[in-house]
Design a protein around this ligand. Structure first.
Ligand code: ZN
Length: 208
């Protein structure tokens, strides 16, 4: 289906993702603070990557996801610990920037000074989970993977959609019921891009 399209290369820097279950436990007891050392599940990166790979597989004949801090004309997203940021912003990303222009769109990563084109914020997502889902255990890796896909969707030209059954659900300003529905669907890894969204992303992907 996508054999004429250029390969899609996505760089993800997930180094700042902590073990969120522990973060949640400490946060709910008021003990969490930035810089605290919390152990990290060594297999969580691969669990998150599987969600992302599955969601973007229909897009390109060749999909490569690299961990690390790649920059340039590839899609690049960084995980950032940001407890107490605007509680509705779980991530941010360039929207609809073509490959040749992507390099010019960048925010400097606060910790490394390297340009990035998108972020997801773990602390904010932890807030969502505490506020909206509450009970544990929660499959946080699926929620991270889906949030990463949402932000990369912006980079590939997608805007927001109203429905809680859509990866590009706007979240901010929506009803609490819809927000809970979206998080529950993300947790079950039950969301996927629509055919129209895939077509739109493919058209941007084939634009230099
Ligand atoms: Zn968005």
């Amino acid at each position: 289906m996508a054999k004429d399209l250029p390969p899609l290369v996505i760089h993800l820097d997930l180094n700042e993702l902590l073990e969120l279950n522990q973060v949640l436990e400490q946060a709910s007891s008021g003990l969490i603070a930035r810089g605290e050392v919390i152990s990290k599940d060594p297999s969580r990166d691969s669990k998150i990557l599987k969600v992302v790979v599955d969601l973007f597989q229909p897009l390109a004949a060749e999909l490569t996801i690299k961990l690390g801090d790649g920059t340039g004309s590839d899609r690049f997203l960084k995980a950032a610990y940001a407890w107490g940021l605007d509680p509705e912003i779980g991530g941010m990303s360039a929207q609809g920037v073509t490959r040749s222009k992507l390099e010019k769109f960048s925010r400097m990563a606060a910790d490394t000074g390297k340009p990035v084109t998108g972020y997801i914020f773990e602390g904010v997502i932890a807030n969502w989970i505490m506020d909206y889902l509450g009970s544990k255990p929660v499959s946080v890796n699926n929620i991270f993977g889906t949030t990463i896909a949402h932000e990369l969707g912006h980079q590939l030209g997608l805007g927001h959609e109203k429905g809680a059954g859509d990866i590009m659900f706007v979240f901010d300003g929506e009803s609490r019921g819809n927000q809970i529905n979206w998080l529950r669907s993300a947790e079950r890894d039950a969301l996927s891009f629509t055919d129209a969204q895939i077509k739109k992303m493919q058209s941007l992907l084939s634009t230099p």
